[in-house]
Design a protein around this ligand. Structure first.
Ligand SMILES: Cc1cc2nc3c(=O)[nH]c(=O)nc-3n(C[C@H](O)[C@H](O)[C@H](O)COP(=O)(O)OP(=O)(O)OC[C@H]3O[C@@H](n4cnc5c(N)ncnc54)[C@H](O)[C@@H]3O)c2cc1C
Length: 263
């Protein structure tokens, strides 16, 4: 249906972002394509070295999954920050990622966890890494006729680190700033993804490099990383929350995260 010529249909999954857009007349698709009954998109599948989460898996289902909690505690931590139970009971992983809100928790988590998205259309299936999936504010690599069918997350080795933190005005509001840190034991190979401080979820590449070099979360290494992340982020102009404020928040979050890791 998405590929039908002359149609400008929109997929509706949980409707938790699309319905507000329709109500505000910010979207006016020619028809809604309800994918809610495609059960094959509602699965969490354990593969060889990875876990694949279907695009229709709801936030509450992720939060209730023991498999996810064991492999990706980061997701469990993050979901607690998404809106409130009503939204989490309808909203889906695919909808969240397709929406690509720069302050969305799940995009940053997929980035930190080296996720790959499965995009499918009548033309076939392709895989896109999270680093290439988010292309701008509310923009993704999804073509007009594609559905995000699943996200594949590689399993991590034992003893690793997964920490999610954010600051929001009220619990459940979109984040003003947040971070998702994933690393091996002793902070090896850190991946630090940020939300709310750019037009899309981003990796703090230079801070990651510094953490890798220093190889510790102690003393002056912490100060260096905190200073670096302040230089690295470039939040958008926002009269209510100016860039300097968001930059400060992300620095505070990194300091708190590293404090938790210091022996
Ligand atoms: C009050 C409130 C507070 C919220 N707070 C947060 C928050 O703190 N953090 C956060 O991350 N989100 C928040 N959300 C958004 C929520 O998480 C949504 O559930 C989510 O962004 C969209 O998921 P959905 O399944 O409801 O998608 P829908 O609303 O159904 O769709 C959203 C968009 O994605 C497209 N789409 C949906 N599924 C697919 C798919 N499988 N493939 C391709 N395109 C697809 C739709 O066409 C549409 O453009 C909030 C929403 C509300 C109403």
């Amino acid at each position: 249906m998405l590929a039908l010529p002359g149609e400008d249909g929109a997929i509706i999954a949980g409707g938790q972002s699309l319905l507000p857009l329709l109500n505000f007349r910010l979207a006016a698709p020619s028809c809604l394509i309800d994918i809610g009954r495609l059960d094959e998109l509602r699965r969490i599948v354990e593969g060889d070295g990875y876990i694949e989460i279907g695009g229709l898996v709801r936030h509450c289902e992720l939060a209730a999954s023991a498999v996810i909690g064991e492999a990706f505690p980061l997701l469990h931590q993050a979901i607690g920050h998404i809106a409130h139970p009503g939204v989490r009971h309808r909203g889906t992983l695919g909808g969240s990622l397709a929406m690509a809100d720069p302050a969305g928790e799940l995009g940053a988590c997929c980035l930190a966890l080296e996720g790959r998205m499965s995009l499918q259309s009548v033309r076939g299936q392709r895989w896109v890494g999270a680093e290439d999936f988010f292309t701008g504010i509310y923009e993704t690599a999804l073509a007009g006729d594609e559905i995000l069918t699943a996200v594949r997350l590689p399993r991590r080795g034992p003893g690793g680190i997964q920490i999610f933190k954010e600051v929001a005005r009220r619990r459940g509001d979109f984040a003003l700033a947040g971070l998702a840190l994933v690393a091996g034991a002793n902070l090896s190979n850190p991946r630090l993804a940020l939300l709310g401080v750019a037009d899309r979820p981003v990796l703090a590449a230079r801070t990651m490099a510094l953490l890798r070099e220093d190889g510790s979360a102690m003393g002056s290494a912490v100060d260096r990383a905190v200073a670096q992340i302040g230089k690295e982020v470039d939040p958008a102009q926002d009269p209510a929350y100016p860039p300097a404020y968001r930059r400060h928040l992300v620095q505070v979050l990194l300091r708190r995260t590293l404090a938790e890791l210091s022996p």
